[in-house]
Design a protein around this ligand. Structure first.
Ligand code: URA
Ligand code: URA
Length: 189
């Protein structure tokens, strides 16, 4: 079933040497959460803390994502699945490169196929443009439903962007409410 298939995929990635990030990574960040997730968050790439721990969204941006999950949606990390476009950290957190993305994206595609969530939420421009294969700007992408191989896909801002631009949190909250409506989730008391 899903857990087994994800484990098999994870062990397949565990010594990945497809791109040069293999030389600079500390850990591969495969992604984590429940294999039965109805909702998958897709970010950009591991940062320093993620690379150190081998877990997605464990730094400052991750704390805000936790906040969105618990205070906003009444969920915990164990209710969802969290992963990234790239499984290895780009040096100095530079943007994912044109060689790295096509090397790594097939892993994510298979991961999403296994989990087959009801909703995908892309966090930020890079994740959205890569997954949806578009060059459209965030102002046009966010808050809208998109289609990823038949899965309803919402685009919202990256938590790191929200930390730099707190007034934009209102818009992400509106986007999150669309996801909750789609999943039939009630706002926590
Ligand atoms: N930013 C991301 O896009 N992903 C992480 O896992 C952490 C920070
Ligand atoms: N630009 C980005 O890269 N991400 C955001 O979330 C917003 C603007």
């Amino acid at each position: 079933q899903k857990a087994k298939a994800l484990q098999a995929l994870q062990s397949e990635t565990s010594d990945c040497q497809k791109c040069s990030l293999a030389q600079t990574r500390t850990n591969i960040v495969f992604g984590q959460g429940t294999p039965d997730a109805r909702l998958v968050f897709v970010g950009e790439a591991p940062g320093y803390h993620e690379d150190q721990q081998g877990l997605a969204f464990v730094g400052r941006a991750g704390k805000l994502l936790d906040d969105i999950l618990s205070n906003g949606m009444g969920l915990t990390r164990d209710d969802v699945y969290i992963c990234n476009i790239l499984k290895c950290r780009p040096p100095k957190n530079r943007d994912p490169g044109p060689v790295e993305i096509p090397c790594c994206l097939p892993y994510l595609e298979r991961q999403l196929q296994i989990i087959s969530p009801e909703v995908i939420c892309c966090l930020g421009r890079i994740a959205s443009q890569c997954l949806l294969q578009t060059n459209d700007a965030m102002r046009d992408l966010r808050g809208q439903w998109h289609d990823y191989h038949g899965t309803r896909t919402m685009v919202t801002y990256h938590p790191a962007y929200l930390l730099r631009n707190p007034p934009e949190k209102k818009k992400t909250w509106a986007d999150i409410q669309k996801i909750m409506a789609e999943l039939g989730l009630k706002r926590p008391a």
